[in-house]
Design a protein around this ligand. Structure first.
Ligand code: MRU
Length: 354
């Protein structure tokens, strides 16, 4: 398959087909477009850990379908026995990655459904699959609503700095921060996206640039360290980033490097928007210090595409996320609308709305 073909823009990142979970293998993009198929929840957990699938909403949907697979795999012949098997599967899926709260949110939603009374075990199996499918469909609709809210903030002719990949590939389809870019572009606005390459795994250079090419959106990949230079020397209208977890006070965990970008944006008077569904807001986490930050293998830093770029014996640290204190955030764009400071009050208010 030619990975540059625009037909891939319509393929969901995570979907169900013929009793299997299908996912775009994001480790192979942009040079190969391969759909990986899963029949065992254990393999889905490993795929999340290995980042076949990545991005907060996408891993939430993958985990939900993973539990639907677990229900299929289970030999249980009563709803109670099936619930016990699901708890085991949920524990394994939950251990796959620690920072993105959408993973735990999706697992809890599926377990909540499993706890509802079901007279018959196969009815529960069917209900779990329907719930995973509903979660995935809702994710697309939610992203499009965020896109519409966010696009209103993007002026025609805007230059936007974007970090990581927050597009279709990070969700089921459309995307969060990149979904806002997509929505604004489809409204006919002229845009220039400065794409942070996003070391060490290069989600920007590999995945965001691939999505922007498919949409025909003008862009320029920049080294992460170049964003400050652009903001100081040229007109940059706004920064758009996603989130893996937003604490109750508005502190936000996102891909490593987001904090640096936010600080430099504030220094240069550039508005800094976090785009995330309400499923990324975690009211049980009071502030950013309480968000678990994933530390990944040092080889992600010392190697590129399997090639050692550092000296033999060099030691590397690899925090995969950082926390941006809420004072650097101009507003949070959700599917229910914008959240402005004071975040502590306004996040809770929005979450309490039906
Ligand atoms: O390690 P990743 O690639 O899963 O990290 C993804 C991000 O940090 C995204 O910015 C985040 O999930 C929000 S986008 C939907």
């Amino acid at each position: 398959m030619n990975p540059q073909s625009s037909e891939y823009a319509s393929v969901r990142t995570v979907y169900w087909d013929a009793g299997q979970l299908c996912m775009i293998d994001q480790r192979l993009l942009p040079h190969q477009f391969v759909i990986a198929r899963y029949e065992r929840y254990q393999d889905v957990a490993e795929a999340i850990r290995a980042m076949v699938v990545r991005g907060a909403p996408a891993i939430g949907a993958a985990a939900a379908f993973g539990l639907a697979l677990a229900a299929q795999q289970s030999q249980a012949d009563t709803p109670e026995a099936l619930r016990a098997d699901l708890d085991q599967a949920a524990a394994l899926l939950a251990a796959s990655r620690p920072t993105a709260v959408n993973l735990f949110w999706a697992i809890q939603r599926m377990q909540g459904l499993a706890r509802q009374p079901h007279a018959e075990v196969n009815a529960l199996r069917a209900a779990l699959l329907a719930e995973a499918q509903a979660l995935a469909d809702e994710d697309v609709a939610i992203n499009q609503r965020m896109g519409a809210h966010g696009a209103a903030l993007v002026p025609d002719g805007a230059t936007i700095i974007h970090h990581c990949n927050t597009g279709s590939l990070a969700a089921v389809q459309w995307g969060t921060a990149l979904g806002v870019v997509r929505s604004a572009f489809r409204q006919g606005k002229q845009l220039m996206v400065l794409v942070d390459e996003t070391r060490p795994r290069l989600q920007g250079a590999r995945l965001t640039a691939w999505e922007l090419i498919q949409e025909g959106i003008p862009h320029k990949i920049i080294a992460d360290g170049a964003s400050g230079h652009y903001m100081r020397t040229q007109k940059v209208d706004l920064c758009l980033v996603g989130a893996d977890r937003i604490a109750a006070n508005g502190d936000t965990a996102n891909k490593i490097g987001t904090y640096n970008l936010a600080v430099v944006a504030k220094e240069n008077g550039v508005p800094f928007y976090v785009v995330a569904p309400t499923s990324t807001i975690d009211l049980t986490t009071p502030n950013g210090d309480a968000i678990p930050i994933e530390e990944r293998a040092p080889e992600e830093v010392t190697h590129i595409d399997g090639h050692l770029i550092a000296p033999h014996g060099a030691v590397a640290g690899n925090p995969s996320f950082d926390v941006t204190p809420s004072r650097y955030v101009t507003a949070i764009i959700t599917e229910r609308g914008l959240i402005h400071p004071p975040f502590e009050v306004n996040i809770r208010r929005l979450m309490e709305q039906d």
